[in-house]
Design a protein around this ligand. Structure first.
Ligand SMILES: [Zn+2]
Ligand SMILES: [Zn+2]
Ligand SMILES: [Zn+2]
Ligand SMILES: [Zn+2]
Ligand SMILES: [Zn+2]
Length: 161
């Protein structure tokens, strides 16, 4: 009787799978069935059909890639996310000052930021009391136009000393 049960033909429990075999083999098959669902081996948390694992691994958010800018290696979801890009030294940063089209890697960009001709800055005579805000590139023009004002504020300043 027992050998009869053992020899009974059964089908894999997964519908897509057309495996048929003895009931005594089903346990081993289920463990190795190409259609079984397994956890992503990179730990992204997804359950994937074993047959599709390879395709998933090349597209998994946890696959290791290198940053296209700085070449730093890490999981795709980190490297391509602001978590990295906001700090990436080689990420091209565009100047946000109006009229300035300057773009440079973040590491060097700070030098531009300090010297951008389009930046709105206080007049270089602000310490003398001129509180005009001007574009950095217009300082010279402003000086010419405001020579009197600058002299006046300078004089007033001297007066109050
Ligand atoms: Zn199967
Ligand atoms: Zn994955
Ligand atoms: Zn980077
Ligand atoms: Zn700029
Ligand atoms: Zn001024």
């Amino acid at each position: 009787m027992e050998w009869e049960i053992k020899a009974l033909k059964v089908q894999c429990i997964i519908e897509e799978c057309d495996w048929k075999g003895a009931i005594s083999d089903i346990e081993a098959h289920v463990m190795a069935c190409p259609y079984r669902m397994v956890n992503c081996s990179l730990g992204c948390g997804e359950k994937i059909c074993y047959r599709e694992m390879e395709a998933h691994l090349s597209d998994c958010p946890k696959r290791i890639v290198s940053c296209q800018y700085c070449k730093y290696e890490g999981p795709h979801d980190f490297i391509t996310n602001s978590a990295h890009l906001d700090k990436c030294y080689d990420y091209p940063v565009k100047c946000c000052n109006e009229g300035c089209e300057f773009i440079q890697e973040r590491f060097w960009f700070k030098y531009h930021e300090q010297n951008c001709p389009k930046a709105i800055v206080y007049c270089e005579y602000s310490n003398l009391g001129c509180n005009k805000l001007i574009k950095r590139e217009e300082q010279e023009k402003h000086n010419e136009e405001s020579m009197k004002d600058h002299l006046q504020v300078a004089v007033k300043r001297v007066d109050t000393l």
